[in-house]
Design a protein around this ligand. Structure first.
Ligand SMILES: NC(=O)c1ccc[n+]([C@@H]2O[C@H](COP(=O)([O-])OP(=O)(O)OC[C@H]3O[C@@H](n4cnc5c(N)ncnc54)[C@H](O)[C@@H]3O)[C@@H](O)[C@H]2O)c1
Length: 353
């Protein structure tokens, strides 16, 4: 079941290949012998992982905007992938506030472009990545189930709920009668080596360690479903294999949550303290009480469907996830070979039973 070697020689298109999760996914797929085709924008200043993993030499990369339907359609016509992992997005809550139109366009219209291409490409499977933020968050501190109401109290969350609503309408309109070949994936907050984006907690901690500047955090008590990047990616890969095999029976609904076990949901302050402790450094933590925008207090996801039906489960607890993350940044900060280290972390992760 979890034999990722089944990706060997498959043609796999990853959108968002130049980003944090996309780079890890492309690297992992390439390692398993897949022929990886990447679609994404040129890496920005704070996107160093793609280059650090030498992905430009490993995968067939195209710098295409997913809003350019013609170019996407042409690429798919020429490359004929077996499966698409759609991860391209404006991925920050913060950017959603400052660039709402770009966020809505990329996350909703860009995703609709991918869905639309599947209509005329009947052999392609799709893992369509949205977010745990797609749920209507009523701050009730209960883990969301896949059938819970979608919604969004900020633009990023609304864009992901929008992407899910469009997924549902395409699914019901065009794909409902076939064996399941497309699924949406809603993962929690992802941590792991190589993320250097602004306004994400791990990059903020790492940058403050490197610069020696004070560490300013927002919403220290906010609880999130933190998970190491390899956890949701392993879920996407298992889901992808099932879709490729057309293994699901008719009653299976196409949405899947991926997150940590409930007891590993922790607050922002827990993450900061653990990271600094594992790094073995003391730092003054300054809490910014004048947070510019609203963020929810609680966000948790119920992962029993993925456990039951995909035989997927989180392998790393909170402490191990932070340890994996700190170890990666330590290698990176010493300018050591992060490609080898990333490879070792995937091997270590795979070896956990
Ligand atoms: N990182 C997290 O904690 C997290 C949690 C839940 C869901 N997600 C979702 O997972 C996916 C990947 O997240 P990430 O953290 O790797 O994001 P990221 O910001 O690091 O990467 C985004 C990728 O999308 C590409 N992209 C953005 N706009 C594009 C466009 N118009 N055309 C083509 N490519 C475009 C970028 O070039 C980059 O490759 C996103 O859909 C994100 O919303 C992320």
């Amino acid at each position: 079941m979890k034999n990722f070697k089944n990706y060997k020689n498959l043609k796999v298109l990853v959108t968002g290949s130049t980003g944090f999760k996309g780079s890890w996914l492309c690297y992992w797929l390439h390692k398993e012998g897949a022929k990886v085709i990447g679609v994404g924008l040129k890496p920005e200043k704070d996107e160093k992982l793609f280059t650090a993993l030498n992905l430009n030499k490993k995968i067939d990369q195209y710098y295409i905007n997913i809003l350019d339907y013609k170019k996407l359609a042409n690429l798919i016509k020429i490359k004929r992938p077996d499966i698409i992992f759609h991860l391209a997005a404006k991925s920050l809550v913060f950017d959603g506030y400052h660039q709402p139109i770009e966020t809505f366009k990329t996350n909703i219209i860009g995703s609709a472009n991918i869905l639309n291409l599947l209509r005329s490409n009947k052999n392609i499977s799709l893992v369509y990545v949205t977010s745990d933020k797609c749920y209507l968050n009523n701050n009730k501190n209960l883990p969301f189930k896949e059938e819970d109401t979608l919604g969004g109290n900020d633009n990023y969350s609304a864009s992901k709920a929008g992407a899910e609503i469009i997924f549902n309408s395409y699914f019901k309109s065009y794909f409902n009668q076939e064996k399941l070949r497309l699924a949406s994936a809603r993962a929690g907050n992802v941590i792991g080596g190589g993320d250097l984006k602004k306004n994400r907690i791990i990059p903020d901690i790492y940058k403050s360690i490197k610069s020696g500047k004070k560490l300013i955090i927002r919403n220290p008590q906010s609880v999130r479903p933190w998970q190491h990047v390899l956890e949701p990616l392993s879920g996407y890969l298992i889901l992808g294999l099932k879709l490729l095999d057309r293994k699901f029976n008719k009653s299976v609904q196409p949405a899947w949550n991926f997150g940590p076990d409930n007891h590993n949901n922790k607050n922002v302050l827990n993450v900061v303290k653990k990271f600094l402790n594992v790094w073995n450094i003391k730092k003054r933590i300054v809490i910014n009480k004048k947070s510019e925008f609203n963020e929810s207090d609680y966000l948790k996801v119920n992962i029993s469907k993925a456990k039951r039906q995909l035989n997927w489960r989180p392998k790393l607890n909170f402490d191990q996830s932070i340890k994996f993350t700190v170890d990666w940044y330590k290698i990176f900060s010493k300018n050591k070979n992060v490609e080898n280290f990333t490879n070792d972390q995937i091997n270590e992760y795979n070896s956990i039973k």
